[in-house]
Design a protein around this ligand. Structure first.
Ligand code: GTP
Length: 359
């Protein structure tokens, strides 16, 4: 195992996760079941595999559930600490808020909603070799126009932080993972919301600080939207996204304890079927996340969708790119398509919705 001594990790997990509502009404985004475990377990496994053991979680929204699940972290070989913000302090404010828990000179900070295969040892090595104030993981992406971009010079030093534009000059984007010199964290204003992207990083450049880029093009996904969340979960199940927290071996599906899948049902493309969830006769579930106790009745088709805890899909109903909140149900013979979301506990009766042109 790689060992990276003298470094602390901070994981930001305090966001409200509004883009993932209604799933994030009952659980914060990093705690959503993803390939059989909370999303955060995958990131923590990666941190541990890099030899980092002291991890501080910056929490705010639904703070208590993190500690209830992970405790002191010893089961994962980690020493976990929790710092709660009374009011959300935004990303840099959250990093500043944990400063008094840090022990090492170098601190690697993670957004808690990113799946990544970047080599943390190399990221930290780049930071140390450059003797940088901050080093950012910069991801090369196919369509940088969807993000702010971060150009660098020939030595990898960051030149500027650009807002989203239709024709960005580089395909490098801020990947939501940074190594900070601890003294830089201490210079962030304390006790008010501060954004790393909008305030801290541009301010550092203006002040002449050394901001280095670590450019990478391995697996990377921000699971902030429902589409990305289902893709990330499926990629974990299929072994495309790196993790050592998968309960079982990679494959086309992950069936958790007590999942009841009819022999004529098909489950594939990285689907997870939660504990005690039921898939009826001839049901077809692909690329989806089925939370515990959910039910898919006979002949239903569920693709690239999330079924919340105890949600129900009626017979012959078709869901594509849909989110059902906990306990929501869609009756028989319905069709719900891309982007539809049903709030927790809402029940749509048989035949209530049908969008296809042949209806
Ligand atoms: P949306 O509301 O859907 O945009 O999601 P979000 O609230 O998680 O925001 P975003 O995706 O921009 O956040 C990036 C990362 O920073 C996530 O891991 C969040 O949990 C975390 N984060 C965002 N705001 C705060 C905050 O005020 N405090 C803390 N501790 N973490 C935050």
């Amino acid at each position: 195992m790689e060992f990276t001594p003298g470094i602390d990790a901070v994981v930001l997990v305090g966001g409200k996760g509004t883009r993932l509502r209604p799933l994030t009404l009952s659980a914060p985004k990093p705690m959503l079941p993803t390939a059989g475990v909370p999303f955060l377990s995958h990131l923590l496994s990666r941190i541990r595999a890099a030899g980092i053991t002291h991890v501080v979680l910056g929490t705010s929204y639904r703070a208590e559930v993190f500690e209830e699940y992970f405790g002191d972290g010893s089961a994962l070989g980690l020493e976990l600490e929790y710092v709660v913000e009374a009011e959300p302090l935004d990303t840099a404010g959250a990093i500043r808020n944990v400063a008094d828990r840090l022990r090492a000179e170098d601190v690697v900070v993670f957004n808690g909603d990113i799946l990544s295969g970047a080599d943390l040892g190399k990221l930290i090595g780049t930071h140390r070799n450059a003797d940088a104030d901050v080093t950012l993981h910069l991801q090369r992406v196919a369509d940088p126009s969807r993000f702010g971009s971060v150009p660098t010079d020939a030595s990898g030093r960051v030149l500027e932080f650009l807002e989203k534009t239709p024709n960005p000059p580089t395909d490098q984007i801020n990947a939501g993972c940074y190594v900070f010199r601890r003294s830089v964290i201490e210079s962030i204003p304390h006790g008010r919301p501060v954004s790393v992207e909008r305030e801290t990083f541009p301010g550092l450049l203006e002040a002449g600080a050394y901001v280095q880029g670590f450019v990478d093009s391995s697996y990377w996904l921000d699971v902030g939207t429902p589409e990305a969340f289902v893709r990330g979960s499926a990629d974990l199940v299929r072994g495309i996204a790196p993790t050592s927290a998968l309960p079982g071996s990679p494959g086309e599906s992950l069936l958790l304890d007590g999942a009841d899948v009819h022999e004529s049902a098909t489950v594939d493309t990285g689907t997870t079927v939660g504990e005690r969830a039921v898939l009826g006769e001839g049901a077809r579930v692909a690329g989806s996340v089925v939370f515990d106790d959910a039910v898919v009745e006979a002949g239903a088709v569920v693709e690239n969708s999330v079924l919340g805890k105890g949600a129900r899909v009626g017979a012959r109903t078709v869901l594509r790119g849909v989110v059902l909140g906990d306990g929501a149900s869609v009756g028989a013979d319905c069709e719900l398509l891309e982007g539809a979301r049903v709030w927790p506990g809402i029940a749509l009766p048989d035949g209530a919705v049908r969008f296809s042109s042949d209806a």
